[in-house]
Design a protein around this ligand. Structure first.
Ligand code: G3H
Ligand code: 13P
Ligand code: ZN
Length: 348
């Protein structure tokens, strides 16, 4: 199976009423852990790479890892997605490399820091949609800004998404999926106590979904930052301060109200770091990298299996026949991407 369109994965998820985790990768162990988890749970999956990940892997290593992934696991539908593209050029180069989905994050200017205005966001996102849909590639846009700064990306300020503006944004850009800002942030330090409605505005998801029932909503900054993962790091010399993430039950509430893509990076980073620290502390004389990368891979896989099960994507890998990007191009050309792609096997 080749890499598949993210739009198809999300349309299918909408039809089935479940969410699909989008997990960030930077290296072989993460790709392997993710694919093993998807295969074991029979899950479709979104693999995403930030600009930092693309630089780290020099693009080609990542692309070849993904080719290996689809070769080794032919029954797992996988979309390869550019996370937080900072400019149309970043998205275009991802498409050239073979990504099947891109995020144009026009909520910030190209410096990845300064919040942009609505017109700028519409203009750059529209430009990416025109280019991407012409080759069958999916586009995610973002309205509003998250807190937190990752890899120099992010304004550090939270601007919640305005539901009325969201309607205009989707109409003017033609995006497939909309990332909404509801009070989450990237990284481990999201909330200083268990989040309630005053800091995590789940009601916005509901309001936006009511106005845009056919647009797939995306939750960024969705790591749950499990205490046990933080505790493992700290038990072996780490210094992660007390912190709270997004409770899985809140994500599940979001899924009931139109959230189809859930971005998770930090939880796997925590799992990997804790496992490496533990393994190295366990045998100070060990110096074979496999002795700590293997448990790291296992720890990440456990996180992925748990999230795939909780988001509901587990068991859905074989529901449909993946469309080619050429078929997706025709779909966009025929009706400008409106409606859902009817590919569920029982509907064919
Ligand atoms: O968008 C945030 C993701 O966690 C990616 O982080 O830019 O450090 O790779 P990164
Ligand atoms: P976390 O830092 O919560 O894992 O969020 C990742 C993310 O949103 C990537 O775009
Ligand atoms: Zn994000």
């Amino acid at each position: 199976m080749a890499l598949v369109s993210m739009r198809q994965l999300l349309d299918e998820a909408a039809g089935g009423g479940y969410g699909v985790g989008a997990f960030n990768v930077n290296n072989m162990e993460q790709v392997q852990a993710l694919m093993e988890a998807a295969d074991e749970t029979r899950s479709p999956v979104i693999v995403q790479a930030s600009r930092g990940a693309r630089t780290y892997t020099n693009d080609r290593f990542l692309i070849h890892l993904m080719q290996a992934a689809v070769e080794v696991y032919p029954d797992v539908p996988v979309a390869l997605h550019q996370d937080h593209g900072d400019s149309p050029e970043t998205c275009f180069s991802a498409i050239e490399q073979g990504f099947t989905s891109v995020m144009m994050d026009g909520s910030l200017l190209a410096d990845g820091k300064t919040p942009s205005d609505f017109d700028y966001n519409v203009a750059v996102t529209r430009q990416v949609v025109e280019h991407a849909h012409a080759v069958g590639v999916t586009v995610e846009g973002e309205l509003g800004t998250l807190g937190g700064i990752e890899d120099g990306h992010g304004s550090g300020e939270v601007h919640l998404t305005d539901p009325e503006q969201a309607v205009d944004f989707v109409r003017l850009t033609g995006i497939d999926a909309l990332a909404v800002a509801i009070g989450t942030s990237h990284g481990a330090y999201k909330f200083s106590k268990p989040p309630t409605g005053d800091v995590l505005a789940m009601n916005l998801i509901q309001e936006i979904h009511e106005r845009l029932p056919d647009t797939h909503l995306v939750m960024h900054g969705s790591s749950s930052v499990p205490k046990e993962l933080v505790d493992t790091i700290n038990a072996y010399g780490g210094e992660i301060r007390p912190t709270w993430g997004v409770p899985v039950e809140e994500i599940q509430l979001g899924i009931r109200h139109g959230v189809r893509k859930i971005n998770v990076d930090t939880d796997a980073r925590l799992a990997m770091t804790g496992a490496v620290r533990k393994a190295l502390a366990g045998d100070a004389g060990e110096f074979d990298p496999r002795s700590y990368l293997k448990p790291a891979r296992e720890a990440m896989k456990a996180v992925y299996v748990e999230r795939m099960t909780q988001f509901g994507q587990a068991g859905h890998a074989g529901d449909y026949e993946p469309k080619t990007l050429e078929e997706m191009r025709q779909f966009y050309a025929a009706d400008s991407g409106r409606g859902r792609i009817g590919t569920r096997l029982e509907l064919r």
